[in-house]
Design a protein around this ligand. Structure first.
Ligand code: 5GP
Length: 206
């Protein structure tokens, strides 16, 4: 019998990589659940509390770290971001694939705690296109844009920790999502996730 366990999927991508759009395609399939992070960053226009993030104060965030509520957390461009542990564990127990949309430091922490997690790096086709996308988005000040571009350079130094890289070309986000689905399907068939194949195959209680 097939292993029905869901995957812990880390998807990291620099600002402008199109993570949100690609993740929405994955969520539409019904096989994935998005881990809603907590953050001290103020909401961007259109962002909904409890859907995109749990927007909380730094004080509340620090309280939650102390009480062990965060599976991982990091400080990114002056704000705190973290994955609520209880929600993540509930999804994994239900058998759905869990998407953690987190940056590289968080990804490394997840890999250390959950070696079975699959780490995917989503990238724009080039650094120049990333910069263009950030400016076209117009949601951040020039200072924030430069900070995020500098952070990208820093983050890509640790790109070795990822298992896969997927490029999100302009207007081809469906293709990027399909590539991620292929990765997930292959990983779920991996023998290391399906132990005792022969025993299960011949068992009467399949
Ligand atoms: P943004 O402010 O653009 O929404 O997110 C900034 C960065 O923080 C992105 O790289 C995003 O993936 C990352 N991020 C969002 N939530 C979390 C989290 O819970 N943990 C970590 N480590 N990074 C996160």
């Amino acid at each position: 019998m097939e292993n029905k366990k869901g995957l812990m999927l880390v998807i990291s991508g620099p600002a402008g990589s199109g993570k949100g759009t690609v993740n929405n395609h994955l969520l539409e399939t019904g096989d994935f659940v998005y881990s809603v992070s907590a953050t001290t960053r103020p909401p961007r226009p259109g962002e909904i509390n409890g859907k995109n993030y749990h927007f909380i104060t730094r004080e509340e965030f620090e309280k939650r770290i102390k009480s062990g509520d965060m599976l991982e957390y990091t400080e990114y461009c002056t704000n705190l971001y973290g994955t609520p542990k209880k929600e993540a564990e509930e999804v994994l127990a239900s058998g759905k694939n869990l998407i953690l949309e987190i940056e590289v430091e968080g990804a490394a922490n997840v890999k250390a705690k959950y070696p079975d997690a699959v780490l995917i790096l989503l990238l724009p086709p080039s650094f120049e296109i990333q910069e263009q996308r950030l400016r076209n988005r117009g949601t951040e000040t020039e200072e924030k844009i430069l900070l995020r571009l500098a952070r990208t350079k820093e983050e890509l130094k640790s790109s070795d920790i990822y298992d896969y890289v997927v490029y999100n070309h302009d207007g081809r986000d469906t293709e990027a999502a399909e590539q991620i689905m292929s990765i997930v399907n292959s990983e779920r068939c991996a023998l290391k996730r399906n132990p005792n194949v022969a025993k299960l195959y011949f068992s009467k209680n399949k």
